[in-house]
Write a protein that binds this ligand. Structure first.
Ligand code: KG4
Length: 339
């Protein structure tokens, strides 16, 4: 008998629903929220309202595109946290109502675990290479930067993580001060392509173990702009590509230095990357270079699985279903949960 899972993701500013059948993605619908662009960042209250407007059409569309009947859904997996509480409440409440109406089990999913599990989504007609256990996963998004040791679908251990800002936040905040809008990461990536990565030097963190810090880089970037703008008010526009390339180069160097150390120390050469920043072309290139230089087997997610999506929630639900790892209807969402 086929096992069909509906996944729902609403942790931040993307409303998404997906259908996964026997580990194969049948649909993955994502409604992004343009409303935040004007504010230079996600406004939690506006995100919750947009989720409320989007969730029913997004779920209907996911079921329609999958070409299935509602009645053939065996279980519903939803993101419980971490994320914005108002946004999570919309997805969680909808999931509970829908699962109750269909009389199917509910599966709570950790958003960070789901990003890692994106590597196990199979897509019809694609190569579908999957990392072998154990593997190391660099999880880099707008809210997190972590090095995770993954021993199985459910055993994941955080080896190191950011003690302040995440890598995506560093991109977004520096992009904001250059007037590049939100989210700035993809814009920096595009402009960096024609810039000189060694034009400017920014500070690097000196913190122990496998942990990250990006607040010093952000401050050093701000100070450079502040001082340069006093001399030349057109400094940003005249050096935009070089600023983006140097910023991106520094972020990638910081990320790869700790990752390299974790790979060396653990001896695990299966290495994956996940989360929104894994869409970054320099991060991807750094992985390819490391694969060649150090013999890593690397796993880069499809671009559509890098940012928040429900297919990664549904696939996590698919594996939790095998263990009958269901949750009760009264389980509350959590804004902050560990992996
Ligand atoms: O995983 P995600 O969709 O949301 C969180 O759970 O945080 O990641 C969003 C983050 C944003 O900070 C965005 O700027 C960044 O991923 N991002 C990128 C790129 N595409 C998305 N950063 C750098 N280069 C990119 N191409």
């Amino acid at each position: 008998m086929a096992l069909t899972i509906l996944g729902i993701e609403s942790s931040c500013d993307d409303t998404s629903a997906a259908i996964v059948r026997d580990g194969v993605m049948l649909s993955n619908v994502i409604a992004s929220q343009a409303v935040h662009e004007a504010y230079g960042g996600v406004v939690p209250e506006l995100a919750s309202r947009a989720h409320q407007q989007n969730i029913i059409p997004v779920v209907s569309e996911a079921i329609h595109r999958a070409g299935i009947e509602k009645s053939s859904i065996d279980a519903l997996a939803f993101t419980r946290g971490p994320g914005l509480m108002g946004s999570l409440l919309v997805g969680t409440s909808f999931a509970k109502g829908f699962a109750t109406a269909l009389d199917i089990p509910l599966i709570d999913v950790n958003h960070l675990q789901a990003h890692v599990m994106a590597h196990f989504i199979r897509v019809e007609g694609e190569e579908n290479r999957q990392p072998a256990f154990p593997f190391i996963c660099l999880l880099v998004s707008g809210g997190n930067s972590q090095i995770i040791r993954v021993d199985s679908y459910k055993e994941m251990q955080v080896l190191g993580q950011t003690i302040d800002d995440a890598a995506g936040e560093a991109f977004d905040k520096c992009a904001k001060v250059m007037g590049l809008g939100y989210p700035g990461g993809p814009v920096v990536d595009r402009l960096a392509k024609t810039g000189n990565p060694s034009a400017f030097v920014f500070s690097r963190p000196h913190i122990p173990h496998y942990d990250y810090s990006f607040s010093g880089l952000k401050t050093s970037f701000l100070y450079l702009l502040r001082d340069a703008l006093k001399e030349n008010p057109r400094f940003i526009e005249e050096h935009l590509n070089d600023l983006c390339a140097s910023l991106q180069f520094t972020v990638v160097e910081i990320l790869m230095e700790k990752l390299r150390r974790a790979v060396e120390d653990t001896g695990i050469t299966e290495v994956a990357v996940a989360g929104g920043v894994s869409a970054n072309s320099a991060v991807r290139e750094a992985f390819r270079v490391h694969a060649e230089r150090y013999g890593w087997n690397i796993y880069l997610p499809r671009l559509s699985f890098t940012t928040d999506n429900a297919a990664m929630v549904a696939i996590t639900g698919y594996y939790k279903y095998q263990d009958r790892d269901f949750c009760s209807i009264d389980l509350p969402p959590f804004a902050r949960v560990a992996l």
